[in-house]
Design a protein around this ligand. Structure first.
Ligand code: FAD
Length: 382
């Protein structure tokens, strides 16, 4: 009888946890290696986006593991954009003609936790925290991982790398010909701020994704269940550096975001304290490499990190997992064939969404405030 294949997932992020759950349900034992400590013990990592917009694509994937309703119960629907022009009235632009369609604002940490718990509750799934991948040897079929107790190696047949935009697994499989890889960084970075509740209530309408389009810069805000909003500034990196005193921060917000500056009591502190994140588009090919010992496949941001302006990175990562599961079904569990079909099917879709995400930055920071754009949308919905 053929030996059972040893399957490793790298990264217990959104994609890694969903994929491990799907594989466990299929009866495939899988070990997930995550570099961070267990968030239930160590708390959540700072400096990553606090909330995410999950749309139909993501919800359909979560439904596969029975988490759709749980996710929706922890989410707030946003039925449109609330645009805050400088010097004008805020205006609501519905996401659908009949006003019923919404995207859902959800805490990234809570969503990750729900997925992690689903993975761990699935027979056959083991999660090892504090295991940072440092090497993948596809010829020997071996992973090298750093742990608090020293370096360990694991023999594997299949490696599914969901280790994010700066994937270690991707770096280690690069350089084998033929290979293409680009990482395009925007000149813009992002920083998160908070609008706390006012007298226990939302300070802005909770039913919308708020946008302050300001030409080359913008701010957005998504509602949280605790009735706060998380604001994200998308600014040229030099603009963050220029505001190097509390007074400059306050004066800038009074001039550029006058309708919300009064709702941000910790503005100057948060601005100084919170990090500036980078925005990268990763295009790489192939996503799958087979050596004599193991097949290594990339998924999620490791394969196709995109800028967040279409709110589709996590949704796409989830779709990768469902596609891998589907391909295993279609090939009767033949990993090499399944992963080969997976990458061929997903790549055109993720390339397309990467371009749409870049285009949407221009639309969000500029065109949503223009009268022409609003007229066009009104005509589409008529
Ligand atoms: P990640 O979520 O990054 O998970 C990777 C995991 O791998 C992490 O747990 C990490 O600790 C682990 N890891 C990394 N390196 C190693 C290693 N060497 N060894 C072991 N483990 C490792 N998407 C949306 O769909 N909607 C949104 O509204 C949205 N908003 C966003 C806003 C911002 C500001 C940003 C930056 C992104 C946003 N995204 C959004 C994109 C979304 O966050 C990502 O697409 C999504 O998190 C990708 O999931 P992933 O599992 O591939 O990677």
């Amino acid at each position: 009888m053929a030996r059972e294949q040893t399957v490793a997932v790298v990264g217990a992020g959104l994609a890694g946890c969903l994929l491990a759950t799907l594989l466990g349900r299929r009866g495939i034992p899988v070990t997930v290696y995550e570099r961070r400590p267990d968030p239930r013990v160590a708390g959540h990592e700072r400096g990553r986006s606090i909330n995410l917009a999950i749309s139909t694509r993501g919800l359909a994937a979560l439904e596969e593991v029975g988490l759709r309703e749980e996710a929706l119960a922890r989410a707030l629907p946003m039925h449109g954009r609330m645009v805050h022009p400088l010097g004008g009235e805020q205006n609501f632009q519905s996401y659908s003609a009949d006003g019923t369609r919404a995207i859902n604002s959800i805490s990234r940490a809570e969503l990750n936790m729900a997925l992690l718990e689903a993975a761990e509750a699935t027979p056959g799934v083991t999660v090892r925290f504090g295991h940072r991948l440092t090497n993948v040897d596809a010829e020997k079929g071996r992973l090298t991982l750093e742990t608090p107790d020293g370096v360990v190696t694991e023999d594997v047949d299949v490696v599914l790398a969901g280790d994010g935009a700066y994937s270690a697994a991707r770096r280690m499989t690069e350089g084998v010909e033929p290979f293409t890889h680009t990482q395009d960084f925007l000149e813009h970075g992002y920083k998160e701020l908070t609008i706390p509740p006012v007298d226990g209530e939302f300070a802005l309408s909770p039913d919308a994704l708020h946008i302050w389009p300001r030409g080359n810069a913008m701010m957005i805000a998504l509602p949280n269940l605790d009735r706060s909003f998380t604001c994200t500034l998308f600014w040229p990196k030099a603009d963050f550096d220029a505001l190097d005193t509390p007074r400059k921060v306050r004066e800038h917000f009074e001039a550029r975001y006058p309708d919300v500056v009064g709702l941000m009591p910790d503005l100057a502190d948060e601005f100084a304290r919170n990090p500036v994140g980078s925005l990268v588009t990763v295009r790489t090919w192939p996503w799958v490499r087979s050596g004599a010992g193991a097949t290594v496949a990339l998924l999620g941001d490791a394969a196709h990190a995109i800028v967040p302006f279409y709110g589709q990175g996590a949704n796409c990562a989830f779709e990768d997992c469902v596609e891998i599961d589907r391909c295993l079904d279609e090939t009767g569990g033949d990993w090499r064939r399944a992963l080969s079909i997976y990458q061929e099917r997903r790549k055109p879709n993720t390339d397309a969404i990467a371009e749409m995400a870049l285009d949407n930055f221009v639309e969000m920071r500029d065109r949503v405030a223009s009268p022409v754009f609003r007229l066009t949308r009104a005509a589409q919905h008529a």
